[in-house]
Design a protein around this ligand. Structure first.
Ligand code: NDP
Ligand code: PYR
Ligand code: MG
Length: 554
């Protein structure tokens, strides 16, 4: 009965078996590959097919089909062509896949837990095959997908994309990943009115109903998936903070937008500050950091910076004093009426004038050394703002971190031009290199994809009971320290993407060591290993697709 009722939730995105699609072949007749197929390069063929598509969304659909037909070939191609493929499976193209998901949907590829399942969530989860193998779930409720707003049940591709990065970037075994979208409704009228919309056709529940749903969901997850780490992804601000606080000490979980982003931006900031200091002599602790955006990611990053500054010997007050936040109403000040809870800690108490609303005026007042954008506001870092930053700083740190690229606060080429090449730049979504006055500049990608795979791998291997703040702190420091000689010589603030597995290994090592220091680890045997042996062990644990060159699955 249970299986009949929920059988359409059963298909994991990574476990589809490649089956011959023999519409012209009589049933039961063994399909044949063409005679000389084995002499040709099938990987190359797939890449040619991929590259023949002009639109990102077509490429996404093609890769999705390839994953269904032959997962090993898909992951092989992903691992060997990360720079080309990650921007399709992840930001920016995954944003298009999400906004259009109801229209491009082809097959079940994740788990939908609907508000209509309330009271029987356990039963739905139990339908997932091999639940004891599950190690990592990325869970979204679709309420704030990238900077694209409330996409409801269309949010599933973000969970799938993040898990593909776990697989490619940290060697997590595909069969141990669980992409989940909580289908609790949407407040986006366009979707509610779309006849093809795949989610429940209702507005989002009131907070008390959502809280009860989340309680049941998390308790069912812990029961059905006894060894699972849960990554909360793209929940709207209030719920992102609320559910992290509510569950972090009860289950093994973390919030990627708050903690993963906090860690990745801290790491990039440490390396950027080193470059800025080489030009100006400014000590790390003298920076003034201005955030455009005071939501889950903005405040998450601010907290991570505060934690770092205090670890450098500053008091909490001194550290807080280096940080300024700006929201849609302007500079966030403590005297503002009705200020949301998550904004209070960093609200300024030292500004007494009339409300400061224009970013240029705020930059003039704060004179920041670093300007970070987590606002979803396209082109918010205007020419006058960027030029002002360059007039204040020899090497201004400017990180437009909003995703996808269509929401970036400033394009790379403009930032280079307006600062005459002095900018230290990292963006949430990738930018191509820019040539300016005969020199080629490379953009860093300040995206939590550099952290969550390693944090997850470390937590999974150590069988951590919880993900502590200190584990996230250590992950950020490990990433900051991971630049190699060539990357440093080229003034990069993040390592190159093709090294992501190596980086994730180092991040995982740092996470495991911190879990051990706090007694949160449950893989006691790791304690006796020295760092290099543990790193070798971590690398050996990474899943790799088999070599599929010249082979086809039937
Ligand atoms: N690079 C990375 O790794 C990551 C990037 N992000 C990106 O960051 C962006 C924000 O995410 P998140 O923090 O979760 O979103 P939120 O919705 O929680 O926060 C957005 C913030 O931006 C502010 N804002 C919106 N419009 C304006 C405006 N016109 N002027 C000034 N401030 C404005 C909002 O103000 P108010 O509070 O007044 O509404 C809010 O404080 C997204 O694009 C997301 O993709 C997120 C996580 C990771
Ligand atoms: C990168 C990411 O997590 C976001 O933009 O929400
Ligand atoms: Mg996110």
């Amino acid at each position: 009965m249970r299986h009949r009722a929920f059988s359409d939730n059963l298909f994991p995105h990574t476990m589809s078996v490649a089956v011959q699609n023999a519409s012209h072949i009589p049933f039961g007749f063994p399909a044949q590959v063409p005679p000389r197929f084995a002499e040709t390069d099938h990987v190359q063929r797939c890449l040619v097919q991929l590259r023949s598509k002009s639109q990102g969304l077509e490429k996404y659909i093609f890769l999705n089909g390839l994953k269904e037909r032959d997962p090993e070939l898909f992951y092989n191609i992903l691992l060997t062509n990360m720079m080309e493929i990650i921007p399709i499976l992840y930001t920016p193209t995954v944003g298009d896949a999400c906004t259009n998901y109801s229209h491009i949907w082809r097959r079940p590829e994740g788990l939908y837990i609907s508000i209509e399942h309330k009271g029987r969530i356990r039963e739905v989860l139990r339908n997932w095959p091999a639940s004891t193998a599950a190690r990592i779930a990325v869970v979204t409720d679709g309420s704030r997908i990238l900077g694209l707003g409330d996409l409801g049940a269309n949010g599933l591709p973000i969970s799938i994309g993040k898990l593909d990065l776990y697989i490619a970037g940290a060697g997590i075994k595909p069969s141990s990943t669980v992409p989940i979208c909580l289908d609790v409704g949407t407040d986006t009228r366009k979707y509610l009115e779309d006849p093809l919309y795949i989610g429940v056709r209702q507005s989002r529940p009131k907070p008390s109903e959502m809280d009860a749903f989340m309680e049941e969901f998390m308790s069912a997850m812990a029961e059905v998936f006894p060894q699972l780490l849960v990554q909360f992804e793209d929940f709207s601000t209030d719920n992102a903070f609320k559910y992290l606080d509510l569950f972090r000490n009860r289950y093994c979980c973390f919030n990627d937008d708050i903690q993963g982003t906090g860690a990745v931006v801290l790491s990039g900031f440490i390396n950027a500050a080193r470059l800025a200091s080489a030009a100006s002599g400014l000590p790390l602790t003298e920076h003034r950091i201005l955030f455009l955006g005071a939501g889950s990611s903005g405040i998450g990053v601010a907290k991570q910076l505060l934690s770092f500054f205090t670890s450098m010997g500053m008091t909490v007050e001194e550290a807080k004093n280096r940080i300024y936040t700006v929201d849609s109403k302007g500079l966030v000040t403590a005297d503002r009426e009705g200020l949301q809870e998550h904004k209070k800690f960093f609200a300024r108490t030292d500004y007494q004038g009339p409300p400061l609303k224009k970013l240029a005026d705020i930059v003039e007042y704060v004179r920041p050394t670093a300007l970070l954008g987590l606002s979803t506001l396209r082109n918010a870092f205007t020419e006058d703002v960027v030029k002002l930053m360059a007039s204040i700083n020899k090497r201004p740190i400017i990180f437009p971190l909003s995703n996808p690229v269509s929401l970036s606060e400033v394009d790379f080429e403009d930032a280079i031009k307006w600062t005459d090449g002095s900018v230290i730049f990292a963006s949430g979504s990738p930018y191509k290199p820019v040539e300016y006055k005969g020199k080629v500049y490379e953009a860093g990608q300040g995206n939590n994809m550099y952290q969550f795979p390693g944090i997850g791998l470390g937590a999974i291997l150590s069988r951590a009971k919880h993900v502590s703040d200190a584990m996230v702190d250590k992950a950020a420091i490990a990433l900051a320290s991971s630049l190699d000689h060539e990357e440093r010589a080229n003034d990069l603030v993040y390592p190159r993407l093709h090294r992501i597995r190596e980086i994730s290994g180092q991040v995982a090592l740092a996470v495991i060591r911190q879990a051990q220091a706090e007694g949160l680890d449950q893989t006691i045997v790791y304690r006796s290993l020295c760092d290099s042996d543990l790193l070798d062990h971590i690398r050996a644990k990474m899943w790799k697709p088999s070599n599929v060159i010249g082979r086809v699955r039937l």
